[in-house]
Ligand binder design. Structure first.
Ligand code: ATP
Ligand code: MG
Ligand code: MG
Ligand code: MG
Length: 477
């Protein structure tokens, strides 16, 4: 007997004797036909059992979700939709699954219901397809960077600085929560905490990645980041994975080139390596689209959307130019923007970003040179004194997928900015050292991995592209 996966058997060219396979029952029809899946592909293999010779106790246990082991012969199938099937000679139920209790039945479940069962939703076709694509995509990320001379840098998860100053951090502490030690002035005394100071979960590995880029040249991080933001949107998670390349001697133009090249590479990679899963998700989306009014239906099928991004040059537009466009636009005849853009200096919302991409330019867009006061302190100030060398990559259906910038490399300018914002210079002494010793132009960006998985799979909610989503009031698993 030789063990096989479903994927291997479906690709077998010949009849195979004495095969063995293990997996989970998807469906069991007419007391004869088992659709078996083992995760190796979205497809099932049909196992045909001999009703008369299969004991009744065993038949009873062949239900959706049960783990089974099957022995038999791989033969050509007469049935529609499959080339091969297994003629079963022996079947063992390894783990039964009580049909009265098993939540994942062969029918359409709501996404909310599946989120409540995040430990079992991976057994549905939709989630297994999404998570296989997620896995392949993360491999492609590493492959791109390694092929291009980058080093994989592991940024710390626990950090001692609130660098972004966004105040969206989860604190890390071993102090007694009910009765923490206090200073004389009545504040929590972090000197007595594990690290002797206030610490948080990281919101970004960028500042640390900069330190490594200023010695190794090209580095990238790809790890979890955390933001305690109270935004219940379909694009925000409290725990998400971020990809952050950082390159010494690259200016903003080179940074834009890198982001575009990188995105095109990883999307091309999954088009080649995730054919069956993409085809399945594309069909699922088309079915969903049919239930929408014609005007709201997407013009492109899933894989055409990916090709659209791959084949088009990302449109590069300055913030100032974008504001002029938005001031004079309405998303459609009837509707205004929920947050109308009236003047230069406003921060863009995703409705504006999506308008630029989907309606105006009909192309992925890279917006650059944002007002300094809506961006982080470390971005390179332009000669106009009011804009910074920032860039956001905007995607159809998503809005912002990347935020990046050329970093301020001039010590004095950076110090001034830090003072202006009231950030404690002492906290950033190590970051300022980079500007003191061998400073150079450098740039990088952060791409939210889940937003990319969302785009690649067409899933409408970010909670459905990460195994166990963390959002406000929700961390069950
Ligand atoms: P947004 O404007 O969408 O809130 P941001 O500007 O706050 O994003 P950045 O700090 O620029 O985000 O982070 C870089 C990238 O990380 C973003 O472009 C996005 O792809 C991703 N990202 C940011 N916040 C989240 C989140 N809460 N959940 C998932 N991805 C996120
Ligand atoms: Mg944000
Ligand atoms: Mg933003
Ligand atoms: Mg951003």
């Amino acid at each position: 007997m030789q063990n096989y996966s479903v994927a291997e058997l479906l690709e077998a060219k010949n009849i195979l004797q004495e095969i063995q396979i293990k997996g989970w029952v998807k469906t069991f029809r007419s007391n004869r036909f088992i659709a078996l899946n083992d995760g190796s592909t979205i497809k099932n293999i049909q196992c045909v059992i001999d009703f008369d010779s299969t004991p009744e106790e065993v038949l009873k246990l062949i239900t959706t979700g049960a783990a089974i082991e099957v022995k038999g012969v791989l033969v050509e199938s007469q049935g529609k939709g499959q080339n091969v099937e297994i003629q079963v000679s022996e079947i063992v139920v390894l783990g039964a699954s009580n049909p009265e209790e098993y939540p994942i039945q062969p029918k359409k479940h709501s996404m909310e219901f599946l989120r409540e069962n995040a430990h079992l939703r991976i057994r549905t076709n939709t989630f297994s397809a999404v998570m296989r694509i997620r896995s392949v995509l993360s491999f492609a990320v590493h492959q791109y960077f390694i092929n291009n001379g980058f080093y994989y840098f592991h940024a710390p998860i626990i950090t001692g600085s609130d660098a972004e100053g966004a105040g969206e951090m989860f604190s890390v502490s071993t102090l007694n929560k009910k009765n923490p030690p206090l200073t004389e002035s009545g504040e929590i005394d972090f000197k007595e905490d594990f690290f002797g100071k206030e610490t948080n979960l990281t919101v970004s590995g960028q500042l640390e990645a900069e330190t490594y880029a200023m010695a190794l040249g090209k580095v990238y991080t790809f790890g979890p980041t955390f933001r305690a933001e109270n935004s219940n949107t379909s694009r925000h998670l409290a725990e998400f994975w971020m990809i952050e390349p950082e390159v010494a001697f690259n200016d903003l133009d080179a940074n834009m080139d890198l982001s575009e090249d990188f995105i095109k590479y990883i999307l091309t990679y999954i088009l080649e390596h995730c054919k069956d899963d993409l085809e399945f998700l594309e069909k699922r989306l088309l079915d969903e689209e049919k239930s929408k009014p014609a005007a709201e239906r997407s013009e492109l099928a899933l894989r055409d959307k990916l090709k659209f991004v791959i084949d088009n040059n990302f449109k590069r537009v300055s913030y100032t130019e974008a504001i002029e466009i938005l001031k004079n636009s309405k998303p459609n005849k009837k509707k205004k923007f929920k947050f109308p853009i009236n003047e230069w200096g406003a921060d863009l919302q995703s409705e504006h970003e999506r308008y630029l991409v989907e309606k105006h330019f009909k192309s992925p867009v890279i917006l650059f040179d944002y007002p300094a006061n809506i961006k982080a302190f470390y971005m390179r100030l332009n000669d106009d004194g009011k804009t910074v060398r920032a860039m956001d990559v905007l995607f159809p259906g998503i809005g912002e997928i990347i935020g990046g910038s050329q970093r301020e490399e001039r010590l004095e300018v950076l110090k001034e900015k830090i003072q202006e914002l009231g950030i404690d210079e002492k906290e950033l002494w190590w970051y300022l050292d980079l500007r003191k010793f061998g400073t150079a132009v450098h740039s990088g960006f952060g791409l939210g991995f889940e937003r990319m998985v969302q785009f690649a799979t067409g899933m409408s909610n970010i909670r459905d592209v990460i195994p166990f989503p963390r959002t406000p009031q929700s961390a069950e698993f």
